[in-house]
Design a protein. Structure first.
Length: 152
């Protein structure tokens, strides 16, 4: 589980009403218990309905906690969140003009808002995954070549 990427949850995988109810209940609980660092879930009885959390949400929460347990930070973005060209360039550790070249050559999908370019997180991650695969393949090819030439 430690090496798996954090999964996304598609809207059709979750009952929106159940998700909304769970979010409100959790929010209400946190608002009424602001000083508790550790939350202990208790069985609910009586007039209150049981708290129901959609399974994909629980799975993602478990993955997030696993990453946090490793001392790593986590960011969750809506799938349709957009990056500016500067934000995307910073995340790729490249210059903004280089990133614009990637956009204009069609390597990363984007849209224009007026004269500004916007990149969805989904399009950005798709490019990053593909780029990582290509880099890994190139490194493997170099390693094979250096073995063939007895440079290794």
């Amino acid at each position: 589980m430690a090496d798996r990427a954090i999964a996304s949850i598609d809207p059709e995988d979750v009952d929106a009403d159940v998700a909304d109810r769970a979010a409100r209940r959790i929010g209400d609980y946190l608002d009424t218990h602001p000083d508790e660092d550790l939350i202990e879930p208790l069985a609910e009885v009586g007039q209150q309905d049981a708290l129901v959390i959609p399974r994909p949400t629980v799975v993602m929460l478990a993955q997030v906690l696993g990453v946090l347990a490793q001392g790593r930070g986590v960011q969750i973005f809506p799938k349709d969140a957009e990056l500016t060209t500067q934000q995307a360039a910073d995340l790729l550790n490249v210059s903004r003009p280089y990133l614009i070249g990637l956009l204009e050559s069609g390597q990363i999908r984007f849209r224009k808002v007026g004269r500004h370019r916007r990149i969805t997180i989904e399009a950005f991650m798709e490019y990053k995954r593909q780029d990582d695969l290509e880099r890994r393949a190139a490194a493997d090819e170099l390693a094979d070549l250096s073995q063939e030439l007895d440079l290794y």
